[in-house]
Design a protein around this ligand. Structure first.
Ligand SMILES: [Zn+2]
Ligand SMILES: [Zn+2]
Length: 343
C-alpha cells in the first residue's frame, strides 16, 4: 500500500509508494534502456494480461474478460492507491498521514490499438462518456472517496506509458488541491454576486468572441483568458450544471460530439500533439461529520468542465520555483487558429 503524506510547508498531500517502492538503482538503469512491453495488454485478445474487468461494453454479448468488446474498464494493474482498507488518519509528530486508499481504473476506449480518441465515431465517444458518468457515480457510493478525477494522457511526453487509447480514473479520499482552489474561487464569487463564476466567464467570452473556438446550443469551447499553456482549451456545458454525473443522455451526447470535434481540431492544427485532459466535476458531497452545510451552495456555485492541455512546452525551473507560467501563444491567436480548422 502507498501512503498519503501531508507537506505542512506547501500544504499539499503527496502519494508515496511504500511496498512497490523503486530502489535507487532502478532509476539509473532506466536512463539507459526503457523497457517496453512487447505485447499490448489493452488489445483485443489479451484480456488475460489485465486484472479482471469491472465492466465492459459487448454489443454482441460474450463472457466477462473475453474478446469482442467495444470498451473495457479494468482496475489499473499497478494502482497508485488501493481500494481495500481503512483510511487510518494519523499524526506523526508534526506530520499528518493516511493510508493510500482510493480507486485507480483504466477505461480502454477501443480495441483498436492505433486509434486516436478524436477519430472515434460520435456514437462510440458517447458510450465512453456515459461510462465516465457511470464509473464516477459508482465510486461516489463509497463515502471514503471524496473526489474522482477522469483524466487522459495521450503520447509519451504527456505521460502515457501505453500507446493504446485509454482514459484513467483515480478516486481519492481527499479533494485534490487544484480542485479545491477552483471550488473556493467559485464559492467566493457566488457568495459575493449570487452568480456562477463559470457562467459569468462563458457569457463574457461569448460576448467578446475572440477566445471562442466553438459554441453550439449545448456546449462552449474556449481558450481561457489566462491560459497557462499554448492551446489550453476548456469545454463547458452552456446550461449551468455542477455535476457531470447528473447530466442526462442528450447532454452527454453533446459533450461527446464536442469532445471529438475539439480533439480532431487539436490533432489537425498541431500534428497530433501529446496532450492531457482532466474532467473537473463536483466532489462527492456525502455529508461529513460536523460539516452538514458545507456543500449547500455547490449546485449553484460550481460548473463542471473539461480542461485540455496539449504538451507543447516544458514546465521548467521558473514555473516550478514560482508557480508562474510563461505562455508563448496568446489564447486569442490559438482560438483563431483552431476556429480556422475545417471539420
Ligand atoms: Zn493495444
Ligand atoms: Zn455555471
Amino acid at each position: 500500500m502507498s501512503e498519503f503524506r501531508h507537506d505542512p510547508v506547501q500544504k499539499r498531500w503527496v502519494i508515496v509508494a511504500i511496498e512497490r517502492a523503486r530502489r535507487p538503482m532502478d532509476f539509473k538503469k532506466e536512463n539507459n534502456v526503457s523497457p517496453k512491453p512487447t505485447v499490448c495488454p489493452f488489445c483485443d485478445g489479451n484480456e488475460d494480461k489485465t486484472p479482471p474487468e469491472i465492466i465492459a461494453l459487448r454489443p454482441s454479448g460474450g463472457a466477462k474478460d473475453s474478446p469482442g468488446w467495444d470498451i473495457r474498464v479494468i482496475p489499473n494493474k499497478f494502482p497508485a492507491l488501493a481500494v481495500e482498507g481503512d483510511l487510518g488518519r494519523r499524526g506523526l509528530g508534526i506530520f499528518d498521514m493516511m493510508n493510500g486508499i482510493g480507486a485507480h481504473e483504466v477505461i480502454i476506449e477501443t480495441p483498436d490499438h492505433d486509434a486516436h480518441m478524436g477519430d472515434l465515431p460520435d456514437e462510440h465517444l458517447f458510450e465512453i462518456c456515459k461510462i465516465y458518468r457511470d464509473r464516477i457515480s459508482d465510486l461516489y457510493k463509497d463515502s471514503r472517496l471524496r473526489y474522482a478525477l477522469i483524466f487522459k494522457n495521450h503520447g509519451e511526453t504527456a505521460g502515457a506509458s501505453l500507446a493504446h487509447p485509454h482514459t484513467q480514473l483515480i478516486a481519492t479520499p481527499i479533494t485534490p488541491r487544484t480542485i479545491s482552489a477552483e471550488l473556493d474561487s467559485a464559492r467566493e464569487h457566488f457568495l459575493a454576486k449570487e452568480r456562477c463564476l463559470f457562467c459569468d466567464i462563458m457569457n463574457q467570452e461569448l460576448a467578446m468572441q475572440d477566445r471562442i473556438v466553438h459554441a453550439d446550443e449545448r456546449f462552449v469551447v474556449l481558450e481561457p483568458y489566462a491560459s497557462r499553456f499554448p492551446f489550453e482549451t476548456w469545454i463547458l456545458p452552456r446550461v449551468h450544471s455542477h455535476d457531470y454525473t447528473l447530466s442526462p443522455d442528450n447532454i452527454i451526447r453533446g459533450f461527446a460530439e464536442v469532445l471529438g470535434d475539439t480533439l480532431r481540431r487539436l490533432k489537425v492544427a498541431l500534428n497530433d500533439p501529446p496532450f492531457n485532459f482532466v474532467l473537473h466535476t463536483a466532489p462527492n458531497v456525502t455529508v461529513r461529520p460536523g460539516k452538514e452545510n458545507y456543500w449547500k451552495t455547490l449546485p449553484y456555485d460550481w460548473h463542471w468542465h473539461l480542461e485540455i492541455i496539449p504538451r507543447l512546452t516544458k514546465v521548467a525551473g521558473f514555473e516550478w520555483g514560482t508557480g508562474f507560467y510563461i505562455n508563448p501563444t496568446p489564447p486569442e491567436v490559438a482560438a483563431e487558429y483552431l476556429r480556422s480548422i475545417e471539420e
